[in-house]
Design a protein around this ligand. Structure first.
Ligand code: SF4
Length: 634
C-alpha cells in the first residue's frame, strides 16, 4: 500500500454554513488515528468549535453527522450514521447513532462527516449528489411528517432510491425531545437532535453516493470479514434474530429490572402471564424481520395491526424493547396496538420514543397521585390507558393543550413547569438523569449500573455505558456496594469500548462477534492501514469519553449531577427480586468515587486531572475546567 493513499476513510469533511449558504472542505486524516470516526470526530469538533454556554438552538451550535471508517466495508453492522451536537435535554453532549443507508451514501459520495452550522433564512433541505451540493427551498415540505418528507423529496429528485434524514413537525417546533428519522425507519432518537436541525431551518439532508472506498489490506480483511459474518449468523446474536430485542422483556422481568408503572415495580404480571412478551409479540403481530444494510442479524421486527382493527387498521410499526418499555410496561399498557400507534406517532411526527413514553409514564403517575387531573387534560390518564394514551402522546408531540404545554419538552421541563404552577414535588416523578429520560432498566437492584447510567456522557443511557451487563450477569453483588475500585474499572471498560464502537461505527449488537478487543483493533488496522493495538485503541476510547466529560463539565455539570433519580432511594418495589430494596446514598457515593478513582479523575469533583488530559492528548483542555459555579443550565 502506498503511504500517500487514504484507506477506508473517504478523506473529506464537508462543512455547510447555512447562514451564508457556503460550503467548505477539510481533510479527515488529521482526526483519523486519534478520534477514529463517527462520534469520536464529532465530539472533538464540538469541543473545539462550540463556545461554552451557548444554547443548543443558537446558530453558533454545530450538528455533526458522521460515518465511521468501517462503513461501506463488509464488516457486519457497520452502516451506521452518528449525529453529535449540544443535547437539547441535558445541554451537555448530545450524541446519537442509528443504522443507516445514509452512512453508506455519505461515504460513497466522498465524505466522512458533514458539519452543519449557522441558520438558514427560510426552511431548506440539502441535496448532496456525489460532488454536487445544493441547498434547496423546503418551504413546501415544512410542516410535513418525516414519512411524507421522504416521499416528497424522492419525488422531487426523481429517484426512489435516494436516502435521507429528516425531521417532523416536532423538530421544526424545536421540541426538546425531537429526533431525526432516517428514511422511514431508523431514528437518531436520543438527545433532541431533531430540534437542533429545526433551529437551523434544516428540514432534511438527501444523499446519493456512487463512488467506492478502498480498504488497506483487502485479502486479510476479506478473510476476517467472512469469519465475522459467520459468527454474526451464529448463537452470539440468535436472540436478536429470533425474538428481536423484545426478548429482553422476559429476562429483565425475571431479574426485577423491567421498569413498570413509572418504576413503581420491576416486574409485571402481564409479562408473567405471557400477554406482553417477545414471544407473544412475534407470534401475534410481527409480519417481517428487517436487517440494516450490511447486517445478517435482522433484529428489526415489524409489527402490523390487521385491517379489521377498529382504531388502527393496517398500522405498521418497528418494535424495539425500549418502546415496549416506554409506552408498554412503564405506562402499564399491555394493549399492543396502542403501543404500536404511539411508536408510529413518535417516528412520523419526530420525537424520541423513549423520551416520549417515559414522559407519558410520568403523566400517568402524576394523574394517579392527583398532581394533574382530568380537568387539566380534558380526559383521564391512569396507568393502563389506551386511547387516552394515544391522545396524550399526539398532543404532547404537537404541543397541543395541557399535554403539549406541560409535557412537550420531556420530564425535566414538565416537572419544572408543574412546580411553577404550585404542583409541589411534581418533578420527583420525572425519571431522567440530567434531563434525558431513562432507558429500560430499573435501578433498584442494579448498583453497578446506577453508577454507569449516572456518569454516562449523554445523560441517562445504556448505549454510552453498558454497565447493566455487570448487574444482569452477576459480576458483582447487584444489591451491594463492595469493591468500588474494581467495579469502577469494570464500568469504565464497557464505557470505553462503547466509545470505540460509536466511532468505528458498528452496531452494539455485533460486539459479541469479535473475539476480543485486540480483534477490534485489528479490523481497524486492516481497513484503514493505520496501526492500532488493543492497548492503543482502548486508550482512544478512554480519550473520547474523557473529552465528552470535559465538554459537559465546561457546560456546568458537577459530581452532584452524576446521580440517579431520588425515587430509587425512597420508594421500594412491593414484589419481585428487588422487593423492599432502595438504593443507599452512602453506598452509591462510595461506588461513584470508585469510578472516578479508576478513571484517574479528581474524586471530589469528578474533573479529569491534568495528568490524564496529557496522557490522552487533551492538552488543549488543560486549565479550561473549573468546578461549576452559579448552577447549571436547565
Ligand atoms: S443487529 Fe439489528 S440494529 Fe444492528 S445492524 Fe443488525 S439489523 Fe441493524
Amino acid at each position: 500500500m502506498s503511504k500517500q493513499e487514504i484507506y477506508a476513510y473517504s478523506g473529506k469533511i464537508l462543512r455547510i454554513d447555512l447562514t451564508s449558504a457556503s460550503i467548505f472542505y477539510e481533510p479527515t486524516i488529521k482526526y483519523a488515528r486519534e478520534w477514529l470516526g463517527g462520534s469520536g470526530i464529532g465530539q472533538w469538533i464540538l469541543y473545539n468549535e462550540v463556545k461554552p454556554k451557548i444554547t443548543p438552538y443558537s446558530p453558533a451550535n454545530r450538528i455533526v453527522f458522521g460515518a465511521g471508517p468501517l462503513a461501506g466495508t463488509l464488516a457486519p453492522g457497520s452502516s451506521r450514521l452518528s449525529a453529535d451536537s449540544i443535547n437539547g435535554l441535558t445541554l451537555g453532549i448530545g450524541s446519537s447513532n442509528c443504522d443507516s443507508h445514509f452512512a453508506l451514501e455519505l461515504k460513497y459520495a466522498g465524505y466522512d462527516q458533514i458539519i452543519c452550522q449557522g441558520k438558514a433564512r427560510k426552511p431548506v433541505y440539502i441535496w448532496i449528489d456525489n460532488g454536487n451540493i445544493e441547498i434547496r427551498d423546503a418551504s413546501h415540505i415544512w410542516g410535513k411528517t418525516t414519512w411524507e418528507t421522504v416521499d416528497l423529496i424522492r419525488e422531487e429528485l426523481g429517484d426512489d432510491g435516494i436516502h435521507l434524514i429528516s425531521i417532523g413537525p416536532a423538530g421544526e417546533n424545536v421540541v426538546r425531545t425531537a429526533c431525526i428519522i432516517q428514511d422511514k425507519g431508523r431514528a437518531l432518537g436520543r438527545c433532541g437532535l431533531g430540534g437542533i436541525m429545526g433551529s437551523k431551518n434544516l428540514k432534511a439532508i438527501a444523499f446519493r453516493g456512487t463512488k467506492g472506498i478502498k480498504v488497506a489490506y483487502p485479502t486479510e480483511f476479506y478473510k476476517m470479514a467472512k469469519k465475522l459474518i459467520k459468527v454474526a449468523n451464529g448463537p452470539a446474536t440468535a436472540k436478536y434474530r429470533d425474538l428481536g430485542t423484545p426478548s429482553g422483556l422476559t429476562s429483565y422481568n425475571k431479574l426485577g429490572m423491567m421498569p413498570t408503572m413509572n418504576y413503581r415495580e420491576g416486574t409485571w404480571e402481564e409479562i408473567d402471564n405471557g400477554a406482553f412478551t417477545g414471544e407473544t409479540l412475534n407470534i401475534d403481530w410481527v409480519v417481517k424481520k428487517v436487517a440494516c444494510s450490511q447486517c445478517s442479524i435482522a433484529c428489526d421486527h415489524i409489527a402490523r395491526v390487521p385491517k379489521t382493527h377498529p382504531d388502527y387498521p393496517d398500522l405498521f410499526a418497528s418494535v424495539d424493547v425500549e418502546m415496549c418499555y416506554s409506552f408498554g410496561t412503564n405506562t402499564g399498557c399491555s394493549d399492543w396496538p396502542t403501543v404500536f400507534k404511539c411508536i408510529e406517532l413518535c417516528d412520523d411526527l419526530g420525537i424520541d420514543a423513549i423520551s416520549g413514553g417515559v414522559t407519558a409514564s410520568m403523566a400517568c403517575e402524576l394523574y394517579e397521585v392527583g398532581l394533574i387531573t382530568k380537568k387539566d387534560l380534558g380526559y383521564e390518564l391512569p396507568f393502563g390507558s389506551t386511547k387516552n394514551l394515544v391522545r396524550f402522546t399526539e398532543e404532547m408531540i404537537m404541543g397541543k393543550g395541557f399535554a403539549g404545554e406541560i409535557f412537550g419538552d420531556g420530564t425535566r421541563q414538565a416537572g419544572i413547569r408543574l412546580e411553577e404552577m404550585g404542583r409541589k414535588n411534581a418533578g420527583y416523578y420525572g425519571m431522567h438523569i440530567k434531563g434525558l429520560e431513562m432507558p429500560a432498566f430499573d435501578l433498584h437492584g442494579m448498583t453497578s449500573f446506577a453508577v454507569g447510567e449516572s456518569v454516562s456522557i449523554r445523560g441517562a443511557c445504556h448505549l454510552r455505558n453498558g454497565a447493566y451487563g455487570l448487574d444482569a450477569k452477576g459480576t458483582f453483588d447487584r444489591f451491594g456496594y463492595d469493591k468500588p475500585l474494581e467495579r469502577g474499572k469494570a464500568i469504565i471498560d464497557v464505557e470505553d469500548i462503547y466509545a470505540i464502537i460509536d466511532s468505528y461505527i458498528i452496531c452494539k449488537f455485533t460486539r459479541g462477534i469479535y473475539e476480543n478487543d485486540a480483534e477490534m483493533a485489528k479490523v481497524y488496522e486492516l481497513v484503514t492501514g493505520i496501526p492500532h493495538t488493543e492497548a492503543s485503541i482502548n486508550e482512544r476510547g478512554a480519550a473520547i469519553v474523557t473529552l465528552s466529560k470535559c465538554f459537559n463539565i465546561r457546560e456546568g455539570w458537577t459530581r452532584a449531577d452524576d446521580h440517579p433519580p431520588e425515587k430509587f432511594f425512597k420508594d421500594a418495589h412491593t414484589k419481585g427480586p428487588a422487593k423492599g430494596v432502595t438504593l443507599k446514598e452512602d453506598g452509591y457515593q462510595k461506588l461513584l468515587s470508585g469510578y472516578y478513582e479508576a478513571r484517574g479523575w479528581d474524586v471530589e469533583t469528578g474533573i479529569p486531572t491534568d495528568a490524564i488530559l496529557k496522557k490522552f492528548g487533551l492538552d488543549f483542555v488543560i486549565g479550561k475546567l473549573k468546578p461549576a459555579s452559579g448552577g447549571k443550565k436547565k
